[in-house]
Design a protein around this ligand. Structure first.
Ligand code: SAM
Length: 190
């Protein structure tokens, strides 16, 4: 496993060249959107932080940390954070955000994790597990690196999100309540 020390501008390198989710290819754009958008900044991240609760002094692995917004928030709350991600491009942005004192490593969650047993109090996995074909080995590894009684806090896309954004778009009937609102807005006299 590599320890990422690249600064932005260093050519991006995927943990597995040719992998389907090429975050290296749009790392900057993804980070810019993720920073303030409704689903990440106002829904998912606050929910993860609420679930994590009081984290001061806890050793936390941010699995699939991306550009590190959750790592930063956990660190600001006093946690000792380690971040791993398959995308060197995303990790370079995390490095820029978090500075040199955070352990950030290129690591594919399909592989064994490069940490000893019981190394963490918590593993957080924000919007990453749905990229894995087989969750079994990854969950086993997460359990191994958690201390007994440690916590896995995870979020995944709702399956309808992926269905709704696929091309060509799906045909979805409009729910009756929406139709009614739309009709009365278009034709108030009806
Ligand atoms: C939707 S982004 C979420 C990033 C971050 N957790 C956040 O909430 O801002 C998914 C992240 O998972 C990473 N990823 C995808 N497949 C992965 C894998 N097999 N192993 C490690 N990271 C992976 C991507 O590189 C990307 O940074």
């Amino acid at each position: 496993m590599d320890r990422v020390t690249d600064m932005p501008g260093t050519p991006a390198r995927a943990a597995r060249p040719g992998q389907a989710n090429d975050y290296d290819g749009f790392a900057e754009a993804y980070m810019a959107d993720n920073e303030n958008n409704l689903q990440n900044a106002y829904y998912e991240r606050p929910a993860m932080l609420a679930l994590a609760g009081e984290v001061a002094g806890r050793r936390i692995l941010d699995a699939g940390c991306g550009a590190g917004p959750l790592s930063a928030a956990l660190r600001d709350r006093g946690a000792d954070v380690t971040g791993i991600d398959a995308s060197a491009g995303m990790l370079a942005l995390a490095r820029r955000r978090l500075g040199d004192d955070v352990d950030l490593r290129v690591c594919d969650l399909s592989d064994p994790l490069p940490f000893p047993d019981g190394a963490f109090d918590d593993v957080v996995a924000s919007l990453v597990l749905h990229y894995l074909e087989d969750w079994g080995p990854t969950l086993a590894e997460m359990r191994r690196v958690l201390r007994p009684g440690g916590r896995l806090i995870a979020s995944v896309h709702h399956p309808f999100v992926d269905y709704a954004i696929q091309a060509p778009g799906p045909t979805i009937s409009r729910p009756p309540a929406i139709s009614r609102i739309s009709r009365s807005a278009d034709s108030p006299s009806r």
